[in-house]
Design a protein. Structure first.
Length: 302
């Protein structure tokens, strides 16, 4: 594992050729990309990825849209404060996204593109700003608790509940390294693995990947349980919102039960599944997803 090699964004600039922007709020700097002009597409990543995940989508859509891609606090190129300085909860993530969109003075209809934890964060924002969100693109994500028919995956249990899991993540970057090696059907090159894991290059800089897992709400009493239940209860207001779901079927966390739950909440969604794609489906079938998004946007213009 390349767990303690200092990360330098210039080493991967040829893969990530975008101008960086920072939004400072509550004394912390949040990094984001802001490319193109037009109706905004806001892309929200999860854990343990960062804005790098959406790098192929940005040039595909920035000629007709304004593409905004934040790094969550603790992730990517954003500040990485310790847990005494920042709460690392779902509610805080939603507030961060609201603050960024307010700072950018976005008034035009918003399209959300959501992956992994980005589903809960993005739909948390959408619930509170429903009239502004006009299209949804969902990729291997959730905005509701673990489906009843699923057991909580044991690797996540280890990272969420044990000191061994926390030590493996903080000390060895285990969560990001394992994700980089198992989240695609076609193995990532060493360079791409390094790009995904690079921002989490020290014990200090792995605070977010650790707390994201520890914040997974599983039952009443968990810190983010009330938030995720509120988000789930608000999904009904999007039953008439044009929705595209792209799903990698070789995802050992976001299995079919999650997709079936989305179908129940958003029965109008156009669903495309990919048998040879994993959790990082944009690495496996990115061009196909881009084609589907273009068709979807053309079918549902703003």
């Amino acid at each position: 594992m390349s767990n303690n090699i200092p990360f330098n964004i210039e080493d991967i600039r040829h893969l990530y050729p975008f101008g960086s922007h920072w939004f400072e709020h509550d004394g912390l700097r949040q990094h984001y990309l802001d490319e193109g002009e037009g109706d905004p597409i806001v892309m929200v990543h999860g854990n343990p990825s960062w804005s790098f995940l959406f790098r192929a989508l940005i040039p595909a859509f920035r000629h007709e849209n304004r593409v905004i891609v934040p790094d969550h606090i603790g992730c990517g190129l954003s500040d990485k404060p310790d847990a005494k300085r920042y709460s690392y909860t779902l509610e805080q993530r939603i507030r961060d996204l609201e603050a960024l969109i307010a700072r950018l003075n976005i008034t035009r209809p918003i399209t959300l593109v959501l992956h992994d934890w980005g589903g809960a964060i993005g739909m948390g924002f959408a619930n509170r700003n429903a009239l502004r969100v006009k299209r949804l693109v969902l990729m291997n994500t959730a905005a509701f608790p673990l489906p009843d028919e699923m057991e909580f995956p044991w690797p996540l249990w280890l990272f969420r509940n044990s000191r061994l899991g926390e030590w493996a993540n903080r000390g060895l970057n285990a969560f990001a390294e394992i994700a980089a090696r198992t989240s695609t059907y076609t193995p990532l090159s060493e360079e791409l693995q390094r790009a995904f894991t690079g921002p989490y290059d020290s014990w200090k800089n792995r605070v977010a990947t650790t707390h994201f897992v520890q914040d997974i709400p599983l039952r009443p009493g968990d810190p983010s349980w009330g938030t995720i239940k509120q988000i789930e209860s608000g999904l009904a207001q999007f039953r008439n919102t044009p929705t595209l779901i792209c799903w990698g079927q070789r995802d050992f966390i976001f299995k079919r039960a999650f997709l079936n739950t989305w179908r129940k909440h958003l029965p109008q969604a156009r669903v495309h599944t990919f048998p040879d794609a994993g959790h990082y489906l944009l690495e496996d079938v990115g061009e196909k997803v881009i084609g589907l998004m273009r068709e979807f946007f053309a079918r549902h213009p703003l």
